[in-house]
Design a protein around this ligand. Structure first.
Ligand SMILES: [Zn+2]
Length: 273
C-alpha cells in the first residue's frame, strides 16, 4: 500500500504531464461524475497535489478532482491513448495533447469547488504532511507533547493520519528504529531528548524515502550492502520485514509484533524494549 513518499512520487509523475496543460478530454468511469466531463474538457490543469492518500487535480475555473487511492487505486501515465495491461476498472482518464493520465480501481472520486473541498471530511482531519517542506521538527515535537496526542501509544499515533499525514506501516517501523524508541511507549513516556530525536526522524526518514525511491536505510549501509552484492530488498530498510535477521547496528535479532493491528519490526536492544 503506498505511503506518503509513494503518493508524492505518483503526484510528481502526474504533474510532469498535466501541470499547465489543457485537458483535451476528461472521462470518468463513474456515472454520477459524467456530467463534469464536458465542464472540465478544454480547461487547463493549474495544480497537482497530494494530501494523505488523495490526489488533487485543480482545473482552471476552480473545480478540483479529488481522488482517494483507497487500497487499490493506481495512477498510470501513458502516451496519449495508451493503456497499461491491467484488468482493473478505469475510473478517470485525462488526455492532454501528448499524454493520458489514468486512474484505475479507486472509487472515492469527486469534483469539488474551493469551499466544498476545504470542508471535505477526509482532508479536514489530516494532520501536517511529512513531506511538506514548511513543516519542521519543532512542530512535530510540539504535537508529540500536546494533550490531544500524548496519551496515545506511539504505535497507534504513527498510523493515525490526523497526527501526521503520509506515514504508514513501513515508515512507522523505520522512524521508531532510527529514533531508538520503544514502540510500545506512549508519547507521554518520552523525555525531551527522545521527543526531539523522534520528531527529527519523523521528517528525515519519509524525506529520504521520497528522494531515494523508497529506501530508508542510511546511504553508508546501502553502499556497503550493495557493494557486497546484496539486492535492493536486502538493503532497502533498517528493520521493516527483517524479523529474525541481525540488527544493522547491534547484531541482535530483529523482532516482529502486531501493534494497532499492523506488523511492526524493531530491535529490542537498540530501542530499549
Ligand atoms: Zn540493534
Amino acid at each position: 500500500m503506498p505511503e506518503g513518499p509513494e503518493m508524492r512520487r505518483a503526484a510528481d509523475e502526474l504533474a510532469a504531464i498535466l501541470l499547465r496543460r489543457k485537458a483535451q478530454a476528461v472521462r470518468f468511469g463513474l456515472e454520477p461524475l459524467r456530467a463534469y466531463e464536458s465542464i472540465l474538457t478544454g480547461r487547463r490543469i493549474t495544480e497537482v497535489a497530494c494530501r494523505g492518500k488523495a490526489v488533487l487535480l485543480r482545473f482552471g475555473g476552480g473545480n478540483t478532482i479529488y481522488a482517494h487511492n483507497q487500497l487499490y487505486g493506481r495512477w498510470y501515465v501513458q502516451p496519449r491513448g495508451g493503456r497499461p495491461r491491467t484488468n482493473r476498472q478505469l475510473r478517470v482518464c485525462i488526455d492532454t495533447r501528448e499524454h493520458s493520465a489514468l486512474l484505475y480501481s479507486a472509487s472515492d472520486i469527486g469534483i469539488y469547488d474551493e469551499d466544498s473541498l476545504a470542508r471535505h471530511p477526509y482532508l479536514a482531519k489530516l494532520g501536517p504532511e511529512v513531506l511538506d517542506p514548511h513543516i519542521d521538527a519543532g512542530a512535530i515535537e510540539r504535537r508529540l507533547a500536546s494533550r490531544v496526542f500524548y496519551r496515545r501509544s506511539l504505535a497507534a499515533l504513527y498510523l493515525d493520519q490526523s497526527f501526521l499525514a503520509g506515514v504508514g506501516n513501513y515508515l512507522r517501523s523505520e522512524i521508531l528504529f532510527v529514533a531508538r524508541i520503544d514502540p510500545t511507549l506512549r508519547a507521554l513516556d518520552l523525555d525531551r531528548n527522545d521527543r526531539r530525536r523522534l520528531a527529527r526522524a519523523s521528517l528525515a526518514i519519509p524525506r529520504r524515502s521520497y528522494e531515494t525511491g523508497g529506501i530508508t536505510n542510511s546511504p553508508a549501509n546501502v553502499r556497503r550492502l550493495h557493494a557486497a552484492g546484496q539486492k535492493r530488498g536486502k538493503y532497502r530498510f533498517w528493520v521493516f520485514g527483517s524479523a529474525g535477521k541481525p540488527c544493522q547496528i547491534c547484531g541482535s535479532e530483529i523482532a516482529r509484533i502486531q501493534l494497532s493491528g499492523r506488523r511492526l519490526y524493531f530491535c529490542p536492544v537498540c530501542q530499549g524494549y
